[in-house]
Ligand binder design. Structure first.
Ligand code: ATP
Ligand code: MG
Length: 325
């Protein structure tokens, strides 16, 4: 991969990263309409290049089978999580990616500690897991609606003190544990403005084939807009860490959100730089013996190695051309 492209990705991603240890406020520090230096007319080509890059890296990640990647996507309703996942992951092998959506917890899930259900959906080595909503709901919706905390049946001592500070610490520790064991955690917040959310809700009412997406509950949740902004700001400040940083992606323009998310994921994979496993000497000998055996089986009139005969430049073999007499 050309270094120039890697450099561009790194620069874009650096603009979106929440500096670990910094105290941020959404309304003051981030503009949902920002284009972060991108142009719409270039967007299709850029996203296409990003998608191809991700496909290549994902193949290598799977072949190496050492690291896993967890991408957490958070947004307010109509923030564009689904469309972002669909577009960004459109080129990768579905066998190497698992998307998990987290909704209101089930009775079984509420019978466990609050991280339990997320731990069930972590990636295997070689895989990319995407959390559509994530363990961060536990310090967002649960914080904005304290009655949800009551349903979690916590013992008194686990409800005392500053529960949110404690959850931030526990989440940071959990992500640190994952990172130290080869699972990179990367977190994207799709930052939507209140006015763009209103427009998108209305679009769902205006267009008959979008009606199914409309939810009256989502509109009611707008009443808590400011509470969510505060909860997001505190969460970003407390849980953007060196090992698992947050990226705030401007989301009022879908094309921009998709390119930025692809860049964040690509950057994470570039950092891992997965390699195809090297073949050792003993294995190389076995491969050579297998080759000889297969070549001897060539029917009369066909080259010993038809693939090498067709692709001499790729395989560096000349002998493949000789036909068997
Ligand atoms: P979409 O609407 O695009 O299909 P969604 O992620 O909004 O996707 P919904 O089924 O509409 O899915 O909503 C899921 C709901 O579950 C959200 O309102 C979210 O706040 C809620 N939720 C997620 N995690 C928790 C949790 N731990 N406790 C309580 N509610 C949660
Ligand atoms: Mg919803």
């Amino acid at each position: 991969m050309p270094d120039e492209r890697a450099e561009r990705v790194a620069q874009l991603v650096a603009r979106l990263r929440v500096e670990p240890g910094s105290k941020v406020r959404l309304d003051r520090d981030f503009d949902p309409r920002d284009k972060v230096g991108l142009k719409k007319k270039d967007s299709a080509a850029l996203l296409g290049a990003g998608v191809a890059l991700l496909a290549d890296y994902q193949q290598r990640l799977a072949a190496q089978d050492t690291y896993g990647v967890l991408l957490c996507l958070q947004a307010l309703d109509a923030g564009g999580k689904d469309g972002t996942i669909r577009h960004v992951m459109s080129g990768v092998n579905p066998q190497g990616v698992r998307v998990s959506s987290f909704k209101v917890p089930s009775v079984e899930e509420l019978d466990h500690d609050y991280l339990w259900r997320y731990a069930q959906r972590l990636p295997e080595r070689g895989d990319i897991a995407i959390f559509n909503r994530s363990h961060y709901e536990e310090v967002l919706v649960v914080r904005v609606h304290p009655e949800l905390l009551v349903r979690q049946k916590l013992p008194a001592e686990a409800r005392g003190g500053d529960i949110w500070e404690r959850r931030y610490r526990e989440i940071n520790d959990w992500e640190r544990h994952l990172t130290d064991n080869g699972f990179k955690v990367v977190k994207v917040f799709l930052n939507l403005s209140k006015e763009e959310q209103r427009t998108r809700f209305l679009k769902r009412l205006d267009l008959p084939d979008k009606n199914w997406k409309f939810s009256a509950a989502d509109v009611r949740e707008r009443r808590y807009w400011d509470d969510y902004q505060r909860a997001f700001s505190e969460m970003l400040s407390a849980t953007s860490t060196r090992w698992a940083p947050w990226y705030v992606v401007p989301a009022d323009r879908k094309w921009c959100a998709r390119i930025c998310t692809a860049a964040v994921l690509a950057h994470t994979l570039m950092d891992i730089d997965p390699r195809y496993p090297e073949v050792d000497e003993a294995t190389r000998k076995k491969l050579f013996a297998a080759r000889r055996k297969l070549e001897r089986e060539a029917p009369k009139g066909t080259p010993p190695d038809p693939y090498a005969a067709r692709h001499p430049a790729e395989t560096g073999k000349k002998s493949g051309k000789k036909k068997r007499r």
